[in-house]
Design a protein around this ligand. Structure first.
Ligand code: KG4
Ligand code: ZN
Length: 345
């Protein structure tokens, strides 16, 4: 895997994490992530605040990544940067910096699809990728839920996806309804410790094919809150832990149900999880149990490569470097950007 001596700087700014990483000869030398906490009190990401924070942080984050990797900018061979999908202003903040930096250093730019990078994060530090392919990967992030077929040639094909909210949004919006801070996933996971997952029954949605839909679950949570917590919700109580555990159970059980149906309908050598929600311990345990019961390999990225990070962008860029033509410094960011091939100049 690209162990040819090249050093790539990766830059990620698609949402609320400003990140830079250096990948040399296929090895991650540094991966610096600045997570913006200004959004906590707003219950979700405020796009304008996110863009401003990226502009403020991009230079120190990049310099720290170079310093930690012990490499001079003049020794880089290329810069990989997220070009979409994501928030328009956030993407532009990272891409504008990357274009200027690449121009100044006379380096090629590699525009990377953020969702492809989440999936390819499985192969960072992986000595025997061929044993994992073809893989069925469940990508669960704050903006996307996708079932992705990964071929032996690393070609990615979506075979199912959410028709409305993403799994991460179900965590975040559920937390917001319960009066808990953003991002909701880790907060719900923490609150769920010691709670009973069967305390509050939620329905199992059906979206058709290998697709997902979370809107019915959200309505069900709203009704539960109105009926069972009419006077409000305090995170300190046993009932709160039970509700968080039940909500986590409902989301993860549903994610795995459709995944299992899709897995059985195809031929795969491994099952994988990717994206921010793949940091969820209960979901990881469910995936491991599925793999064990089905005698299949399981690929769970290291925690640092689950949520948004630039190491995955540098790595995905390294796979594209030798096939892309031109310097690509004129590429356009694409807030809505489907998986399936990065546009070149
Ligand atoms: O991939 P990511 O970092 O950013 C996007 O590309 O969207 O995913 C962020 C999402 C958020 O919705 C957050 O609540 C969720 O990942 N998340 C979790 C956990 N850690 C992050 N959800 C459940 N359990 C977690 N431990
Ligand atoms: Zn992401």
């Amino acid at each position: 895997m690209n162990k040819d001596g090249t050093c790539i700087l990766g830059i990620e700014s698609s949402c609320d994490d400003t990140s830079a990483a250096v990948l040399c000869e296929g090895q991650v030398r540094s991966n610096v992530v600045y997570s913006q906490d200004i959004h906590r009190k707003h219950g979700g990401v405020v796009p304008e605040l996110a863009s401003r924070a990226h502009v403020a942080k991009i230079v120190p984050v990049v310099l720290e990544a170079l310093e930690k990797a012990a490499i001079e900018a003049s020794n880089l061979d290329a810069i990989a940067v997220t070009c979409g999908p994501g928030l328009a202003g956030s993407l532009m903040a990272g891409a504008s910096f990357a274009k200027g930096f690449a121009l100044g250093l006379n380096l090629p730019l590699i525009p990377v699809n953020h969702m492809e990078a989440h999936v390819l994060a499985h192969f960072i530090d992986c000595e025997t990728p061929v044993e994992l392919l073809p893989m069925l990967c469940l990508t669960v992030s704050g903006g996307h839920t996708q079932l992705v077929h990964v071929s032996e040639q690393y070609e990615l094909r979506i075979i199912g996806e959410t028709l409305d909210d993403a799994a991460g949004e179900a965590y975040d919006k559920g937390a917001k309804m319960m009066g808990l801070p953003y991002p909701g996933g880790p907060v719900i996971q923490q609150l769920a410790l010691g709670g009973r997952p069967d305390a509050y029954p939620f329905p199992v949605p059906r979206a058709g094919g290998f697709n997902y839909s979370f809107s019915g679950l959200k309505t069900s949570l709203l009704n539960t809150l109105k009926q069972r917590f009419p006077g409000g919700f305090s995170a300190e109580t046993t009932e709160a832990a039970d509700l968080a555990a039940s909500w986590q159970h409902a989301i993860n059980r549903y994610l795995m149900l459709v995944f299992e149906q899709a897995f059985r309908a195809g031929t795969y050598r491994s099952a994988g999880l990717a994206g921010g929600v793949s940091a969820n311990r209960d979901l990881r345990e469910r995936m491991q149990a599925f793999c064990k019961n089905n005698h299949t390999r399981c690929s769970l990225p290291a925690f640092e490569y689950c949520t948004d990070n630039a190491a995955m962008i540098a790595f995905a860029g390294s796979l594209q470097l030798h096939t892309q033509k031109g310097s690509n410094r004129g590429f356009k960011t694409q807030p809505r950007y489907p998986i399936g091939g990065v546009k070149t100049e």
